[in-house]
Ligand binder design. Structure first.
Ligand code: HEM
Length: 500
């Protein structure tokens, strides 16, 4: 062997660098052609994929700004179902509601895994996945069932949770009031209000807005550290600041472990206060130790905090943008608030049925500004047939929720903010199966009910108390483009909140 290596080194040193580069290129091209010539695989059309990097070069050129709109021209060229390669990873983009339905609902038994082998996910949760977001198979099903029933036990869908959101909405209003109508960025206080809700469920505490625990900024920095599609490639180790991301993730884990230790000191199995108490209980009971392993249940704590904070907070941040950019819409919502709720009390979920325009406004925000534009990646657990194409086991499947929500075949003038599209001639709210910001099928968002309650109560309470405006002399905030990392965040902006 050493002799062969020695001869090769000698050979290459005599032929020069250009020949070596051509030799390597031909070798890689042949390997790639051999690997892609699998007669049983019949990929959908898609852009040319290069060895090693796949179609990342085209994505990086067309998607320099990394907006969810960057991928849209591909559907015009290749059709509604597209094959791409993120580095060496095959992936399928589904661009219509029908295709997402076929994959995530009809083929749910084989398209509900997560691609835990991808570098970034593997680094964070390990190659077998963990928790609820990044687990596959029957363990995921059981952990998802456990998470949903725990959330119910801890108040989701009950009055107590609604009261907590109402209280938090009052704190938010007080905090905005302190600005005295001057220009301010709503970004952090909206984040703190939403984070306090999930924090009371998971950790049993809320924090004053002036006393932010380290957990929230660490989570936000971790979520924004990696950008767009590169998260999904095995080349992430070269393209993303993985050292920084892993340091933030480690810090996040250690802060949550400190919370667990704090809970252990006062733990009482007959008085379960929050999700961390449940964690201590189930991991002590030793039932089904493989599923309820400490790492799995610990990761559910992280998952709930991670999935439940930035998503809802960003939807509220987008909502305020649409309100200051469409003052007529804001005014109509306020008129409805005045008629149904008045000024004497905080909104409750029962009010929603009598406030169709407000409901339509929230639906329109969820449509036009979906905060998880490509959903969370799914993966095939078996070879499947999708729309006449054979998709092998181990392929990443992405439902392009953004495209469905901005397809003019589904929504006329898709880039216009028009709550009226959700109302029929009798001002009743129209339901549409094309409105899928929470995705569909058994993997769909498990926090949808909580998110809807927060969006309704926080938004109505803010508009009940203030009229939001663009500060004089400032440009209106961008309602289409934003920062697209793990979630789609608007660029920072200022508003003035004028007391009503
Ligand atoms: C406006 C707010 C929200 C939006 C738009 C949203 C959207 C989504 C989407 C698109 C997915 C991926 C579904 C799929 O894989 O097909 C998801 C998953 C998930 N969401 Fe949400 N979400 C929101 C709020 C929340 C909240 C408040 C929670 C906290 C309880 C939460 C918890 C989760 C969890 C745990 C998953 C993973 C489910 C699984 O893998 O089985 N989400 N969400």
């Amino acid at each position: 062997m050493a002799k062969i290596v020695h001869s090769l080194v000698e050979f290459f040193s005599t032929v020069g660098l250009p020949t070596v580069l051509i030799f390597v290129a031909v070798l890689l091209l042949s390997l790639w052609m051999l690997s892609s010539k699998n007669p049983r695989v019949n990929w959908p059309p898609g852009p040319v994929c290069f060895p090693v990097v796949g179609c990342l070069p085209q994505m990086m050129i067309s998607g320099r700004r990394r907006q969810p709109t960057d991928l849209l021209p591909w559907y015009d060229t290749y059709g509604d179902i597209i094959h791409v390669k993120f580095g060496e990873q095959h992936a399928i983009l589904l661009g219509t509601h029908e295709l997402i339905q076929e994959a995530f609902v009809k083929n749910a038994a084989t398209v509900s895994d997560r691609p835990t082998w991808i570098y970034f996910i593997r680094q964070i949760v390990g190659k077998d996945g963990a928790g609820v977001i990044f687990k596959s198979g029957h363990e995921w099903k059981e952990l998802r069932r456990f998470t949903l029933s725990s959330l119910r036990d801890l108040g989701l869908g009950r009055k107590s949770l609604q009261e907590r959101i109402q209280d938090e909405a009052r704190y938010l209003v007080q905090n905005i009031e302190d600005e005295n109508g001057k220009a301010f960025s709503p970004r952090d206080r909206v984040g703190k209000a939403v984070s306090n809700i999930i924090a009371t469920i998971v950790f049993g505490v809320r924090h004053d807005y002036n006393d932010t625990p380290e957990l929230l900024p660490v989570l936000e920095q971790a979520l924004r550290a990696g950008e767009g599609i590169e998260l999904f490639t095995n080349l992430a180790r070269f393209l993303m600041p993985m050292k920084k991301i892993m340091a933030l993730v480690d810090r996040l884990y250690s802060l949550i472990r400190q919370e667990v230790d704090r809970h252990r000191q006062s733990f009482d199995p007959t008085d379960i206060r929050d999700f961390i108490d449940l964690f201590i209980k189930v991991t002590q009971e030793e039932q089904d130790p493989e599923i309820y392993a400490e790492w799995n249940v610990f990761r559910i704590i992280v998952d709930l905090y991670l999935a439940g904070t930035d998503t809802t907070a960003n939807t509220l941040r987008w909502s305020l943008i649409h309100m200051v950019n469409q003052l007529d819409v804001q005014k109509r919502v306020q008129q409805e608030i005045d008629q149904v709720i008045g000024q004497g009390r905080v909104a409750k979920m029962e009010d929603k049925a009598e406030m169709p325009f407000t409901e339509a406004t929230i639906l329109e925000v969820l449509r036009i500004s979906p905060v998880v534009p490509l959903g969370v990646p799914h993966a095939t657990s078996e070879t499947i047939n999708l729309d006449g194409y054979t998709i092998p086991k181990g392929t990443m499947i992405l439902g392009d929720l953004y495209r469905v929500l901005h397809d003019k075949n589904n929504f006329e003038d898709p880039y216009k903010f028009k709550p009226e599209r959700w109302l029929d001639d009798n001002s009743k709210v129209i339901k549409s199966d094309k409105l899928i910001p929470f995705s569909i099928g058994p993997r769909a968002c498990l926090g949808k009910g909580l998110a809807e309650m927060e969006l309704f109560i926080f938004l109505t309470t803010m508009l009940q108390n203030f009229t939001f405006k663009v500060p004089e002399g400032e440009k209106p905030p961008d309602g289409v483009e934003g920062f697209n990392a793990s979630t789609f965040t608007p660029y920072d902006y200022n508003v003035c909140a004028v007391r009503r």
